[in-house]
Ligand binder design. Structure first.
Ligand code: ZN
Length: 96
């Protein structure tokens, strides 16, 4: 009867949440790693629940492990910027 909700786990803190509360980081088929707020891009994905966790995941290599990819300083900088925008946007005025 009850439909099973998609639950995702943050790669940094291990918090579980529904898909919409976590943000997806995707490794595209082209080998780029980017933020995927829609959760619809093709590729291997990993999830983080907050900007702090994105930061932790980058620092501890959790994203690299989860996505099986090596991230350069440039990639990490790009993800931080995208994450900052994304999570500040959520706080500013998300009504769902
Ligand atoms: Zn987390």
């Amino acid at each position: 009867m009850t439909k099973k909700r998609p639950v995702r786990t943050c790669v940094a803190c291990g918090m579980e949440g529904e898909k919409r509360t976590l943000v997806r980081v995707v490794r595209t088929p082209e080998g780029r790693v980017e933020l995927d707020p829609t959760g619809r891009k093709n590729g291997r994905g990993a999830y983080v629940c907050s900007y702090d966790c994105l930061e932790t995941a980058l620092k501890k290599g959790r994203l690299e492990k989860a996505l099986r990819v090596a991230l350069g300083a440039e990639d990490k900088g790009r993800l931080r910027e995208a994450g900052k925008l994304h999570f500040s946007g959520i706080r500013a005025g998300s009504q769902g």
